[in-house]
Design a protein around this ligand. Structure first.
Ligand SMILES: [Cu+2]
Length: 531
């Protein structure tokens, strides 16, 4: 009996915290559930990479929480001796609910001290957070190393990519060409590729896309794709902002995300004149797309933003809704609690004013658009299936014989059995994997294979050509930093597979690209405490 009473008392004491805990758990669950939807550009390598952003956001969250809790208007109320700090007479209810804990005036002085010391702590934390943000180095990469290896290897392969010139002035063009193949090994864990678009992957709108051609056809937007499809692209981009930018081609597959090809550094020098991007409209009028109606768009959006900010500040700075969570959390869900000043008729009036302003803005916007631009077209799209491109006449039959990867030396060893189906000798020229190309050849062959940072040496053993009809066991050896820098090899995955394209060539210059999917066994294991 006594135990039950003790338990009940303990439960009563814990009621508020358990409620907060419930809310916290619900929020955490929501965050975790919604986070799993991200496929590409989400996974990070380890604690060294994921640690700083997590700590920074944690510190920011903590600082913001205390900023709201300790905001002067909230403090003022706590300091008032009789606890009736709100504008209307509401002390009765306040006292009824909370006086047991907060009404005694003698507790105010130590509490004030506590608040002051908390304020100091808050300022220190804010300073620290701002300092961390200011001093942190600028991120240059595009995050492709963060993608899981399977996401890069088994999905696509980029080859013959050129990005040139690499030194231009503002307004001058850079041309990106190359091919991407959606591999037949596309993982079953991802939704099948159906729609995609090819685009330049650059850090923000520092270039303007002028032209995009896929398999010989203009491709203003996305197009239909399929496993095994080969997409030859040509994009022309114009330098917009001066700087040194990393430029990649990428393919954004609906439901999967953007898969990035090899990149090149492009320097954009300041131009003599300002950047302009003239476009002729159907009406015959020529506009500068770079700045067209920019001022209007900015100020109109800002007006809408202001209404939102007024609404946010109104509720966070002057009201108990956020600043006194301890009070609001004890009220029923549908209780406005006007008697303690939670939501008063005056608040309703001001919120109606804000809602009214929003509606007036919308009506003005619609009327203005209808009057000023009577001729309008709905947004246009041009979905198409690009013309089929062959991977080459059947030349070789390939059987994987397994692979090993040495993490210490970045060495991949692959065993393959190759049968020559042609009547002339064939050679293995390249192995293409994700955004990297490994070349069985000299320095000049490597220079032609793609952007320098994504090209490596491939050694084929035995080196001699495969005679017509012959079946040969080949060992492919690649030692390259690209594997670890771009995180291409799965080392701790439930499925240890890589895939890529083997490029065969015969004496007449005919080629075939054959998909190779093979298991990889790491030869070294490092202990790891986090997934
Ligand atoms: Cu990059």
């Amino acid at each position: 009996m006594q135990m039950a009473t003790t338990l009940a008392r303990a439960y009563r004491r814990l009621q508020i915290p358990s409620r907060i805990a419930r809310i916290a758990i619900a929020m955490l669950t929501t965050i975790l559930t919604s986070a799993s939807a991200a496929h590409a550009h989400g996974g990070m390598a380890g604690p060294s990479e994921i640690g700083p952003p997590l700590l920074t956001s944690g510190a920011l969250g903590f600082a913001c929480y205390w900023l709201v809790i300790l905001w002067p208007s909230a403090r003022k109320r706590i300091e008032t001796p009789d606890g009736s700090s709100t504008k209307k007479g509401n002390s009765a209810r306040m006292n009824g609910h909370l006086s047991t804990r907060k009404s005694a005036p003698m507790k105010q002085t130590p509490h004030l001290k506590k608040v002051k010391s908390k304020m100091r702590l808050l300022v220190a934390i804010l300073g620290l957070a701002i300092g961390t943000i200011v001093t942190s180095s600028i991120a240059f990469a595009h995050g492709e190393a963060g993608d899981e290896p399977f996401l890069k290897d088994l999905t696509t392969a980029f080859y013959d990519v050129t990005i040139s010139p690499t030194d231009i002035r503002v307004g001058e063009p850079v041309t990106i060409t190359g091919s991407v193949r959606i591999l037949e090994t596309w993982p079953y864990t991802l939704s099948p590729p159906e729609k995609a678009y090819i685009m330049p992957v650059v850090p923000g709108p520092v270039f303007a896309l002028k032209d995009r051609i896929v398999n010989g056809q203009a491709a203003p937007g996305s197009f239909f794709v399929e496993k095994g499809g080969i997409y030859q692209f040509k994009m022309v981009i114009l330098g917009r902002n001066p700087g040194r930018w990393h430029v990649h081609p990428g393919i954004a597959v609906e439901g999967t995300g953007t898969l990035v090809g090899p990149g090149e550094w492009v320097t954009v020098q300041p131009g003599a004149a300002k950047f302009v991007f003239p476009v002729t409209l159907l009406s015959g009028q020529t506009i500068n797309l770079n700045s067209y109606k920019g001022g209007f768009v900015w100020w109109w959006s800002f007006a809408g933003f202001l209404i939102g900010v007024v609404w946010m500040l109104y509720w966070t700075l002057t009201h108990r809704t956020v600043t006194n969570l301890a009070v609001t959390i004890q009220l029923g869900v549908n209780d406005d609690a006007p008697d303690i000043g939670l939501i008063t008729p005056r608040d309703h009036m001001w919120m109606n004013v804000l809602a009214g302003l929003t509606i007036i803005m919308l009506v003005i916007g619609w009327t203005y658009a209808a009057m000023k631009y009577p001729v309008r077209l709905p947004q246009q799209t041009d979905w198409f299936t690009p013309e089929y491109i062959s991977s080459g006449e059947k030349m070789a039959e390939v059987h994987p014989g397994g692979a090993t990867y040495d993490d210490a030396t970045d060495t991949l060893l692959m065993n393959v059995k190759v049968k020559n189906l042609k009547d002339s000798p064939i050679n293995l020229k390249q192995y293409i994997m994700a955004m990297a190309t490994f070349v069985n050849g000299k320095a000049e062959d490597q220079a032609k294979a793609g952007p320098h940072d994504y090209v490596g040496q491939l050694e084929v053993e035995p080196a001699s050509a495969i005679a017509p009809g012959e079946t040969k066991d080949l060992t492919l050896k690649i030692t390259s930093k690209i594997f670890s820098e771009e995180r291409l090899i799965p080392l701790r995955d439930p499925q240890q597979f890589i895939a890529g394209l083997l490029r065969f060539e015969n004496g007449q210059g005919q080629q075939e690209m054959v998909v190779l999917r093979t298991s990889v066994i790491p030869t070294q294991f490092h202990s790891q405490y986090l997934p």
